[in-house]
Design a protein around this ligand. Structure first.
Ligand SMILES: [Zn+2]
Length: 262
């Protein structure tokens, strides 16, 4: 096992311990501010410049500051959980972490500390077993992602990413900005058949492409879309269409798309 894989496992294990050590059995009992306080860390909201969250450590006391204008509560929780990850995992590395939205997305790229803090946050907010039990029998759809996001008190993006990560179906989440694909994450089965290129301009036959050309001002519902309008390749015999569900997020000027097989 590579050193980075080992570190990620440790981050996941540490997060799982919180549920056990604090007797948490449901996400609504996971009060991050209380847990942080029990670990010696005060969480405060306030204005921040050039970053979305920060952790300052002094001896065995810490202060997490989270930017007050992060629009979604789920995103704020992710930011706190991420900083708590730095607190638990990186005592000997730095006494100050300043983190941005980009750091919260790091899964493969970026510094190992940011990646570890994200694995910690995901495992703390949506523990694998709990997530699998809760999502069992719920096929990929925007409705499913919303239901799980409500239950786990997480953002739609983080929830959809967790779903694709643990799913055995063919499904993906794509984030686009300015009419271009920014990033995507897919289930292992999806990756074995399809490939979506970050940086590529959106095909005009996709709902996401349509949304950008109307600034989000059109109603969308799940639609069947030619697989090759999204994917560079199609190695899945007998399948020519994805179901696409896309929503425009005006606050971020991004479109968030779910793709799955009918
Ligand atoms: Zn960070």
């Amino acid at each position: 096992m590579k050193n980075s894989e080992y570190k990620i496992r440790v981050a996941q294990w540490e997060a799982a311990q919180f549920w056990e050590n604090y007797g948490i059995s449901s996400p609504k009992d996971l009060c991050l501010e209380d847990i942080a306080l029990a670990r010696g860390v005060l969480v405060k909201e306030g204005p921040l410049q050039g970053m979305d969250a920060r952790l300052i450590r002094k001896g065995n006391k810490g202060l997490i500051r989270v930017k007050d204008d992060i629009p979604e509560y789920g995103r704020k929780r992710f930011a706190i959980a991420h900083e708590l990850g730095h607190w638990e995992l990186h005592k000997d590395i730095s006494q100050l972490f300043t983190c941005t939205e980009k750091d919260f997305m790091a899964k493969y790229k970026g510094s190992i500390e940011e990646i570890e803090a994200n694995y910690f946050a995901v495992s703390l907010l949506m523990p694998e077993n709990h997530f699998k039990t809760r999502s069992q029998g719920l096929p990929m759809s925007l409705g499913t992602v919303k239901e799980l996001a409500d239950y786990f008190i997480t953002s739609l993006t983080a929830t959809a990413r967790r779903y694709t990560e643990l799913s055995e179906d063919y499904c993906a989440i794509v984030c686009s900005e300015g009419g271009q694909i920014k990033w995507f994450q897919a289930s292992d089965n999806f990756m074995s058949c399809f490939w979506i290129s970050p940086g590529r301009k959106l095909n005009k036959n996709t709902i996401a492409g349509e949304l950008f050309s109307h600034d989000g001002a059109c109603l969308t519902k799940p639609e069947k879309i030619d697989i090759l309008a999204w994917s560079e390749k199609n190695d899945c015999k007998g399948q020519n269409e994805f179901i696409e569900e896309s929503i425009y997020m005006p606050k971020y000027q991004q479109v968030f798309s779910l793709l799955y097989l009918p």
